[in-house]
Design a protein around this ligand. Structure first.
Ligand code: ADP
Ligand code: MG
Length: 236
């Protein structure tokens, strides 16, 4: 099976006074293309640490992280940066858009930083803004967009580099209920359409049924990994 994201025995330790704190404790995870995983668990259980090692932003203390078949843990910093840029899309709670750029320009800048030609980037940006439902507001700047629209720009931008893995930390924390549902639905759609492996940290267990798998974290471990939907029972 194609597993864009694979974590084997991943442990991440931080010094904690005289001892060490295990932010991640022997975590294993294999996520396939087109699979959408919800990561839930109490504050401090290791959810953000999971995203950080999966994004190759932090090297684990031990264990192996493989992204799109490349063993991240064996790479040098420059190679890690390239891997992150080419294979990973990251979406944080706050969209972090540049105030002076239009929605379309936010996407073009992302590709420019990747060294991609502008003409191809324009086509891709227009397509992606249509996919996330922002075709009509492509020339608006962040202050002219709603919170939900800004998060959609963020999602489209994360997809510009054709990532294999999409990592999303609390995408709905700043949004009301209705807009939150729409954002999770959009993440479901892009996971299917672009065949990415998506990990979403969320507090909203209500939206978990839109995902495929739910991983519950506790004390740096995945304490349960289950299908997000209960298998449908035959009615008699
Ligand atoms: P969550 O996202 O589930 O709230 P985190 O991954 O942020 O959990 O944190 C997991 C544990 O690791 C917590 O106990 C946290 O205090 C600790 N931790 C996270 N980042 C650091 C850091 N940079 N230095 C020291 N401890 C950290
Ligand atoms: Mg966190």
């Amino acid at each position: 099976m194609d597993t864009p994201l694979n974590l084997v025995n991943v442990t991440l330790e931080y010094p904690d006074g005289d001892t060490t704190l295990k932010a991640l404790d022997s975590v294993n995870l294999a996520l396939g293309a087109g699979e959408f995983l919800a990561l839930v668990g109490p504050s401090g259980s290791g959810k953000s640490s999971m995203l950080a090692v999966s994004a190759a932003l932090i090297r684990p203390t031990s264990g192996v992280v493989t992204i799109d078949g490349q063993e991240a843990t064996g790479l040098r910093d420059a190679e890690l940066t390239a891997l992150r840029r080419e294979r990973i899309g990251i979406i944080f709670q706050q969209p972090n858009l540049l105030p002076s750029l239009t929605a379309a320009e936010q996407l073009l800048l992302a590709d420019h930083l990747r060294g991609k030609p502008l003409a191809a980037a324009r086509t891709r940006a227009a397509e992606l803004l249509d996919v996330v439902g922002l075709g009509a507001v492509r020339d608006k700047r962040p202050h002219q967009l709603s919170g939900g629209q800004r998060q959609r720009v963020n999602i489209a931008r994360a997809l510009m580099g054709r990532p294999k893995v999409l990592l999303v930390d609390e995408p709905t924390a700043a949004l009301d209920h209705e807009r939150s549902g729409a954002i999770v639905r959009l993440l479901r759609e892009v996971t299917d359409e672009f065949n990415v492996a998506t990990v979403m940290v969320t507090h909203d267990t209500e939206f978990v049924p839109m995902t495929d798998l739910v991983a519950s974290m506790r004390d740096g471990r995945i304490s349960a990994l289950q299908p997000a939907k209960a298998p449908s029972r035959a009615s008699s």
